[in-house]
Design a protein around this ligand. Structure first.
Ligand code: SF4
Length: 92
């Protein structure tokens, strides 16, 4: 993606005082680019998807390297599963 002057906009760069993209979104795009997609699966179904819980729950991906305690590192269970996907085992 480029700005009005043709300069490349890097993920997470401030544009007009607003964060263009969360670090987790950029990390997810990188995982998809490197490992590909698993069609028909979402991150919430993956064993590496988990929640850090304090007074609220914050979704994270263990494979992303974005596990910091900030909303900038929050994952989404609705995102497309990447090639690192491993199905969660159902509890019996
Ligand atoms: S499929 Fe799993 S490893 Fe891949 S991005 Fe989603 S949660 Fe992370």
């Amino acid at each position: 993606m480029q700005d009005l002057f043709g300069n490349e906009i890097k993920p997470g760069k401030l544009v007009n005082g607003k964060l263009k993209k969360r670090k987790s979104e950029a990390a997810h795009e990188t995982l998809i680019a490197v490992h590909g997609k698993v069609e028909g699966k979402k991150c919430r179904q993956c064993v590496f998807f988990y929640y850090v819980t304090y007074s609220k729950s914050y979704p994270k991906c263990l494979q992303s390297g974005c596990t910091g305690h900030t909303p900038n590192h929050d994952w989404s269970g609705r995102w497309q599963a990447c090639g690192k996907f491993e199905e969660k085992q159902s509890k019996k």
